[in-house]
Design a protein around this ligand. Structure first.
Ligand SMILES: N[C@@H](CCC(=O)N[C@@H](CS)C(=O)NCC(=O)O)C(=O)O
Length: 212
């Protein structure tokens, strides 16, 4: 059987989410390197895989897919090993809600706000965009409180078991926590800190840790 193919780079939070799902489900896959920020070196046919020019893109025996949420749900449903979605409609809705919160608010404010503005840009000698940071400082506690409220005392973001929600959010939190200010804020949410200590210890997280 052909291995599914994932196109992307190890630095990408979204590529990492898809890899985490493949690894947690013990599915062998091929990672085809695509550095999306080196636009001049992209394969000319990459647009056929992802018309919006993002990573990841996915190909399962000719079935092509882009958008991480769609990719990870497809993988979980097409491959029966180690299910990563709950069975009831309400529990699945919570998982999908967390994934949507991650895409709409966590990625722009915790990754592009805290990580890019406070960690990555200064490393590259670029100035911090204070306007963007001001927005991120307002959004971050709202994002973290929403996650904490949705956990509602359970060990994982989607309830009692590890789900796609944890694997979608964790790569974003890993970058977020590289900012000292973010780290201090995160520690004020003990249930999230305890979730992170479990999540970050998983073999899948260690295997996909982006090289700095
Ligand atoms: N909505 C897309 C977002 C993917 C995305 O934004 N990927 C980033 C890397 S983490 C990217 O390709 N950025 C390239 C760019 O912005 O030009 C998904 O869910 O897959």
């Amino acid at each position: 059987m052909n291995k599914p193919i994932l196109y992307g780079s190890g630095y990408s939070v979204y590529v990492r989410s898809a890899r985490l799902v493949l690894i947690e489900k013990e599915i062998e896959y091929e990672l085809v390197p695509i550095d999306i920020f080196a636009k001049d070196r992209l394969p000319s046919n990459y647009v056929d895989h992802h018309p919006f020019g993002r990573i990841p893109a996915f190909d399962d025996a000719g079935f092509r897919l882009y958008e991480t949420g769609a990719i990870t749900r497809y993988i979980d449903e097409a491959f029966p090993s180690n299910p990563l979605q709950p069975t009831t409609a309400q529990e699945r809705a919570r998982v999908n809600q967390v994934i949507s919160i991650a895409d709409s608010y966590i990625y722009p404010h915790l990754v592009w706000g805290f990580y890019v503005e406070q960690v990555s840009n200064p490393q590259q000698g670029k100035a911090t965009a204070e306007g963007k940071m001001a927005e991120a400082r307002i959004a971050a506690p709202i994002c973290l409180k929403a996650l904490s409220d949705l956990m509602n005392g359970k060990p994982w973001l989607g309830g009692t078991n590890l789900t796609l929600a944890d694997l979608h959010v964790a790569p974003m939190i890993d970058y977020f926590l590289m900012s000292d200010e973010a780290h201090r804020l995160f520690e004020t949410f003990p249930d999230l800190a305890s979730w992170w200590s479990r999540m970050s210890q998983r073999a899948s997280m260690k295997m996909t840790k982006p090289s700095s």
